[in-house]
Write a protein that binds this ligand. Structure first.
Ligand code: NAP
Length: 295
């Protein structure tokens, strides 16, 4: 079997067009323009490139974006003061603090300082708690993007057996909650480094989502024929043939897994573009809620 490629770029383009239409409608109805503030601390090149990607996507959708760049030496108090100012800023509907921060020990405090109504990353405990309870909330963008790619590709989820590899707070754990919610109705197994015999679980799964951050975590022999595989991983591996000296690979052995699976997301061009599209959707949703449904 040669797997169908689930083209995240094209699905995300559809979503972004929907967001742009919603923004245009909002502008026409009330003059309101949704606004996103992105706080970038330090000069990590990967973070810089993620932030640029998000700002470009905002501009293309008609969303106002403002970047607040701080030096790596910015203190906890300085970052918290910026977040509080953005909480009070009426032009800003969504606040995103690009993670990781140079000092990861203050991340929790910074996330908790964000007004939950502007927490478009969905990391604030209020939004996490509401998501667990099945109440309206901002859902973290990558797990939301995975669910959306599964839905839009017509993958049946109700009653399906889904294995999620990775239990991080930003990807695996929230995804396991979303997939097991009433209305989605998958039967979910959440695996991690202490899972005994990972392949035993993945071979039974109708859908495998791998978010481990390690190349070769999922190989062809670990996948049931006809399964759907979503590869969240983004790993840089050395490649002398590239000008950059590296190329991006996922957590699954793409060619090997594609021989067995019915469908698979590529890296790049799979989950990554969906994450940005879901962020835009969250910003528009935040603007609607803050400015009133008709805004
Ligand atoms: P993380 O915080 O490092 O968590 C990785 C998780 O995977 C942990 O729960 C770890 O288990 C588990 N794990 C690692 N190796 C494993 C193995 N061999 N078998 C079973 N479980 C294993 O990573 P993350 O932030 O969730 O990110 C995961 C990957 O997704 C990374 O490559 C990241 O770059 C990528 N990512 C992509 C996007 C996107 O938009 N495309 C967004 C976010 C993240 P333990 O808990 O036991 O350590």
């Amino acid at each position: 079997m040669v797997a169908r490629i689930l083209d995240g770029k094209s699905i995300a383009a559809d979503l972004r067009a929907e967001v742009a239409a919603a923004v245009a409608e909002m502008k026409a109805a009330s003059g309101a323009v949704p606004g996103l503030a992105v706080v970038l601390v330090g000069d990590d090149p990967a973070s810089r490139s993620y932030v640029t990607g998000k700002e470009k996507a905002c501009a293309a959708a008609g969303i106002y974006s403002r970047e607040i760049a701080l030096p790596a030496t910015a203190t906890r108090a300085e970052i918290l003061a910026i977040v509080r100012a953005l909480n009070a800023d009426d032009a800003i509907d969504g606040i995103l603090v690009q993670l990781p921060l140079p000092d990861s020990s203050i991340e929790r405090d910074v996330i908790e300082a964000i007004d939950p109504a502007k927490d478009v990353d969905g990391f604030h405990p209020t939004n996490v708690g509401r998501m667990v309870l099945g109440l309206p909330s901002f859902v973290p963008c990558t797990p939301a993007g995975v669910v959306e790619i599964l839905r839009r590709s017509g993958t049946p989820l109700a009653g399906a057996t889904v294995v999620v590899i990775g239990r991080s707070q930003i990807v695996g754990r929230p995804l396991s909650i979303l997939l097991s919610q009433k209305g989605v109705d998958a039967t979910v197994t959440l695996c991690h480094t202490r899972t005994k015999d990972l392949a035993h679980f993945t071979r039974e799964a109708d859908v495998v989502v791998v978010a481990a951050g390690r190349p070769h975590t999922l190989t062809g022999d670990m996948v049931k024929p006809g399964a759907v595989v979503i590869d969240v991983g983004v790993n840089r591996v050395p490649d002398a043939s590239k000008a950059s000296g590296y190329r991006l690979v996922g957590d699954a052995d793409f060619a090997d897994v594609a021989e067995k699976a019915a469908a698979i997301t590529p890296v790049p061009g799979g989950v990554g573009p969906m994450t940005i599209a879901m962020l835009l959707r969250n910003v528009v949703e935040a603007a609607r809620r803050r400015r009133g449904a008709g805004a």
